[in-house]
Write a protein that binds this ligand. Sequence first.
Ligand SMILES: [Ca+2]
Ligand SMILES: [Ca+2]
Length: 424
Amino acid sequence: MTGGNSRILGTGVLINRDHVISGIGNIGFNQAAVTNSAQGTIHADIAGGTLFIDPNAVLGFVNDGALRASGGGTLDLSGFGGGQFTFGESSVVEALDGGSITHRNGALLTNLKDGTLTDGTYRVIDDGNGASLALPGGSITTNAASIELAGSGAAFAQLSSLNLNGGSLSVDKGAELNLSGRFEQAASGSLTVGIGGATANTSLWSRITAAGAAVLDGALDVMFNIGNTFTAAIGNTWKFLTTPLRTGEFSNVTFTAEGLPANSKLAVNYLEDGVEVEVVPESAQLVTGVTYASWAAALPKGIDADPAADDDGDGASNLQEYAFAMDPLSSDAELLPQPELVRMNGQTFAAIRYARLAGNAGPSDIAYVVEQSADLENWMPADVESDSSIDELNEIETLKARCLNSLASSSGQCSYLRVSLERQ
Ligand SMILES: [Ca+2]
Ligand SMILES: [Ca+2]
C-alpha cells in the first residue's frame, strides 16, 4: 500500500495469514473484519504516513501476529468505526525507529477483553529517533501482558491510567511514563526500573509520573548502573515515581547493582509523593535485643547451657522454652505450639498457634519456620497465612498460621503443622 488513500476493505473477513502489509492506507475501512494471523505482519513504515486499521464495528480486529511502526511511520489503531481490537497470546506490538503506534478516542486497548491486556508484548523501543505509544485518555489494565519501554526516549504518552493487575511493566533507564490518571500495581504485578546516570541526568533513568494517586504492591526490580557507567555517592537519590499521593509499598524489592561506592547499598524510600532509590551506608549487621545466651544468662537460678537440655523435664527443650516464651524451670508444656482446625467456606484447614515475647523483648536470633506434613514423617515449609495479636501488658505476641491448602487438597500435604526453630 503506497497511496494515501489505499484501502483494503470489503464486507467479509480479511485475513492476513503470512504476509507483510506495509505502507500507508486503511485496512478494513470500517467495513471488513480483519484478522492478522500469527505469521502475519502489518507494518507502518513510511515517514510521515499513517497506516490505519479500522475494522468492522461489530466483527472487529483480531491480532495474533506482529503490528509494527518504524521509520517515522504511524500505525493508527484508533478504529474510527468503533471496531474493537483483540490481541492474542502471540501478538507483538512494536514502535521503533521513530515509529509510533497510536490509540485514540478513549484508547481501544481498554475495550479489549473486558478492559484488560491479557497477553502479548507491547513494546516501545527508541533506538535513537524517539518512539512513542500514545493512548490519549486511555487506560490499560494488564493481567499477564508485559509492557516494555526500551531506550532512553521511549515513552508511553498520554495514557490516563495504568493498572498492573498482574503482568509486568519495564521502564528502561531514561524512559518516561506519563499518566494523566492513576498508577496502580497489584500484588502479582511487577515493575522494573533502570538507573543509568547521575541524579541530574534525568534522561538516563526511569521516571514514572502520575497526575493521580499511586497505589503500590507487588514486585519492584531496580537495575542500577549496569555496566558501571557513572559514579554514585552515598546520599544520591533517584525519584523514579512521582504522584500527588502514594499509598502502599512494593512487597518485594530486588536490586541488581554495579559500581556502588564502597560500604554502601541501595534502599527504597517511600515518600508521600513518590518513591525513590537512595545509596545508603552499609550498616553492620548487629544483633540487637535478646539472644538465647543473654536469655539464659539472665535466669536467676541458671539452667543447663545446652539448648537441647530440658531442666524442668516438661518435654520442652530450653531452646523451645526460650522461643515460645515459656518458663525453663517450671512445667508448662501446654504453652508449646498448639494445633487447630479452621473451617472456612466449607473447607477445613490445619492451623497452628504459638506465642513468643513481643518486640524487643522477643528472640532476635530465632527464625520461626512453619512446616507441613502429610504423614508426620516428611516435613517441608508450608504455605501459610499468619495472623498476629499482641498482649501489650504481658509483651506476648500470639501468632496463628493457617495452611493455604485445605486438608482435602494436594493429597493432604498440609494435614499437620509444626513450628521449626532456626537459630540465626
Ligand atoms: Ca523444659
Ligand atoms: Ca517449662
